[in-house]
Ligand binder design. Structure first.
Ligand SMILES: [Zn+2]
Length: 137
């Protein structure tokens, strides 16, 4: 399988395969209308209204690996901060539209990521899913 499309990153593909193996059916980059725009989460469970993002450690400033590049801070600093604040806005917009949002760092093992997604998937749609702040390394 070739992952030559930038958004089909390898960790994401592995997670998707595992979800599929668990019998979960999802849409990939399904457009959700929220906050007046289209948001395309990496994995979408339309009926459960569950949106999942697999976030790259660098681009989304993971606390473990997203340590800001020492070089060219003037360029990367603001750029990465913008990403993080955009993520926050996206979460709010999706939640405002009645979706649950699950963000998983790409460094999380695919098995662990799939287990977390499956757990959220099983939860009733009314319960909110924390802020995803706890990471299992
Ligand atoms: Zn990381």
């Amino acid at each position: 399988m070739r992952g030559n499309r930038k958004r089909d990153t390898r960790p994401e593909m592995a997670v998707r395969r595992l979800l599929h193996a668990r019998g979960l059916r999802y849409r990939v980059h399904y457009p959700i209308l929220a906050g007046g725009k289209r948001i395309r989460p990496d994995i979408v469970f339309t009926r459960r209204k569950l949106a999942v993002f697999i976030d790259g450690c660098f681009w989304h400033s993971c606390p473990q690996h997203g340590n800001h590049p020492k070089v060219n801070t003037g360029y990367w600093g603001p750029k990465l901060e913008r990403n993080v604040s955009r993520d926050r806005t996206t979460n709010e917009e999706l939640r405002g539209a009645g979706w649950r949002v699950l963000r998983i760092w790409e460094h999380v093992q695919p098995e662990e990521a799939a287990a977390r997604i499956a757990a959220s998937w099983r939860e009733p749609a009314s319960s909110t899913n924390g802020d995803g702040g706890s990471d299992v390394a």
